[in-house]
Design a protein around this ligand. Sequence first.
Ligand SMILES: NC(=O)c1ccc[n+]([C@@H]2O[C@H](COP(=O)([O-])OP(=O)(O)OC[C@H]3O[C@@H](n4cnc5c(N)ncnc54)[C@H](OP(=O)(O)O)[C@@H]3O)[C@@H](O)[C@H]2O)c1
Length: 329
Amino acid sequence: MATNRRVTLAARPEGFPQESDFALDEVDVPGPGSGEVLVRVRYVSVDPYQRGRMSEARSYARPVEIGDVMTSQSVGEVVESNDGRFSPGDVVVGQLGWQEYAVARGGSLRRLPPGLEPPTLALHVVGATGLTAYFGLFDVGKPRSGDTVVVSAAAGAVGQIVGQLAKLAGCRTVGIAGGPEKKRDLSEAYRYDVAIDHKNDDLHAALRDERVDVYFDNVGGAISQAVHRRLKIGARIVICGQVSQYNEPRPEPTFHPGLLIVYRARMEGFLVNDYAHRFEEGVTRLAGWVASGDLRWQEDVTEGLENAPRAFIGLLNGANRGKALVRVS
Ligand SMILES: NC(=O)c1ccc[n+]([C@@H]2O[C@H](COP(=O)([O-])OP(=O)(O)OC[C@H]3O[C@@H](n4cnc5c(N)ncnc54)[C@H](OP(=O)(O)O)[C@@H]3O)[C@@H](O)[C@H]2O)c1
């Protein structure tokens, strides 16, 4: 009997997660039941939302239970199928978790768009983080040509795509990221007009002359407070994520509602899954821009499933340069 290595949740972290909050175990490879598919996982995704799933705090999704496999989107090959829509060898993406083998309902899996190379694109640009950038920017941020669009965590999986989509919409883009290498990526790879390193530059001075039409906020906290001081009348603030607050036991509010009056601004949160009925539209457009060379991307791949916790902790420290992924085998 083949074995399945899995990374499970061992403890609920208090504050910043530790590697000891996770455990590596081995169980028998499960068999697929009626309507189910067995998938051999090749790559798993590492994302900030997984921090929320480790906690019991009220949220938009149920937490991972202690002892359960860490939830994640993963890409793999079908090994055995009891769903007529899938055959062995098909490459699929789904919520398969941090493990080597997963059984899933056929209806929960998506086949990769034909010719998608590398297949890991289905975990980012042509998948969840690309779709987050696409719907968050265009539907919530509603950029107009000539607008100034500011993006935090701008070199990350979502941020690298937001900046390029905003350029495609004719906007002027300002990216904020941590460290000189990411700052260089902002200008050279993702074509941001202005690149700011929040770890080494004077953020307030760098933003002093900006007038912000759209702020795509991935981080919250002090970075966002600096951007809020530079809003333009009619600004749109897209609340995509607040990663700087995810390890805080009592996150501090970073926005004063009175600013919405001063700037006649709109602030709106969104969840990419709310747009599931339009994913095909988003995937088609994003795949088209990748194929035409209009969208560039970077992956930060960690080798070995057992290193997924370390990659995740690195992501929460800003160590990832591009989309954080783990190659399972
Ligand atoms: N609303 C939705 O449906 C949805 C969907 C997907 C993701 N999200 C959110 O989008 C955001 C970006 O996600 P992603 O997958 O693209 O991750 P990512 O940007 O690739 O990685 C997270 C980045 O956040 C930054 N960061 C971490 N801690 C920080 C802190 N204390 N202060 C400032 N920056 C910090 C780091 O970048 P720097 O080193 O550059 O600061 C880090 O590299 C997250 O907030 C995530 O929760 C939302």
